[in-house]
Structures are given as structure tokens and as C-alpha cells.
Unconditional design. Structure first.
Length: 188
């Protein structure tokens, strides 16, 4: 689905937000952020008189997506406000105020979700450089090899991992790690 089509859907989904008073809108937004951060999310029963089940689900998903997208892309307040004013013009400033107040919490929750994708964490490493002088097929090899020993903590247990790489494999690993570092720096 294209971003424009997705934004158009969210606009129609969030128009129903205007049925709430501003204090109720702020309360709903804070409760949605609570749910995003792993605490008690809002219940449909609290808003059953305002929306149908389908409207509730769409609104909840749209607001959550706006919070995640705004924090994830580090969007400026003006960008977020412009996006919100096209969909829920009456409560756009209130939603933006909630986003400003809870931006750090949302970011930490998103980072936590990303970190939980893998349960393995690098604990320690060691490396040695070796020179392979020959093999059973070639009498004279003279190839440098890197022995990399990793201690990986996975589900509370420490697991040793040993890797041996030639020069080309090491270059590919370094390139991958540099690319990952650039992405991490951009996320900060």
C-alpha cells in the first residue's frame, strides 16, 4: 500500500476523533501511548457510545500509527501538525501536545520492540590473526585468516561462537558493521 493511500485511509479513520471533547481526546491519546508502552491500553467499552467497533479499531490503529511514525521518523512538530490537521483538525493541537509530552516514552518503547526481535546479545569478543602456510591441497598457501571468538548471551546462557574468515570475508563483515552503525547513528 502506498504512503499516500495509507495517509488517506488514516485521515478518514481519524475524522471520528472529532466526536470527543478535547479532554476526552487527550485522555484517549495518553491511554493509547500507555498501551504502546506496555501499560494498560484504552478499552472500547469506555468509548462504546462514541464509535462502532469498526470505527474504534480503525481510530486506535491510525492514532497508534501516527505516534509510531512521527517518533520513528523523528518528524518535526510542524510536519505532524500538518498531517493531523488534514485528518482531525479540531483536535490536532491536543494530539500533538500528547506526542510532545510522551515522545521519549514512545521512542523507548519502539527501541525496546526492536531490541526484542533478537534474544541474542554480544557479551564479549576476542580475535587472533593467523597465517595459513599450506593446506592438504596446496603446498604453499600464505593466506591470512582471522579467528574471531564471540561470547553471545542468549536467554540468560552464555554461548561461545567461533568464526574463521579470510580477507574478503572480513572486509564484507566490516562493511556490514559500518552500515549498521550508520543506521544506529541516524536513529539517535
Amino acid at each position: 500500500m502506498s504512503a499516500d493511500l495509507q495517509n488517506a485511509e488514516e485521515e478518514t479513520n481519524m475524522e471520528v476523533l472529532d466526536r470527543l471533547t478535547e479532554p476526552d481526546c487527550v485522555k484517549l491519546c495518553h491511554r493509547l501511548v500507555d498501551g504502546l508502552c506496555g501499560r494498560e491500553p484504552p478499552r472500547r467499552g469506555e468509548y462504546g457510545a462514541s464509535w462502532s467497533l469498526e470505527e474504534w479499531l480503525r481510530l486506535r490503529d491510525s492514532l497508534t500509527a501516527v505516534f509510531c511514525r512521527s517518533v520513528g521518523s523523528n518528524a518535526a512538530d510542524e510536519e505532524v501538525l500538518a498531517e493531523l490537521q488534514t485528518s482531525c483538525s479540531r483536535h490536532a493541537p491536543a494530539v500533538l501536545n500528547v506526542l510532545r509530552a510522551r515522545r521519549r516514552e514512545i521512542r523507548l518503547a519502539l527501541l525496546g520492540r526492536t531490541n526484542c526481535m533478537s534474544s541474542a546479545v554480544l557479551q564479549d569478543f576476542d580475535w587472533n590473526l593467523k597465517l595459513a602456510l599450506s593446506s592438504d591441497k596446496i603446498s604453499s598457501l600464505n593466506t591470512p585468516l582471522l579467528s574471531l571468538s564471540l561470547d553471545v548471551r542468549e536467554n540468560g546462557a552464555l554461548r561461545p561462537v567461533a568464526v574463521e574468515m579470510n580477507k574478503e570475508e572480513l572486509s564484507a563483515l566490516i562493511s556490514s558493521l559500518e552500515a549498521a552503525n550508520k543506521v544506529m547513528l541516524q536513529m539517535k
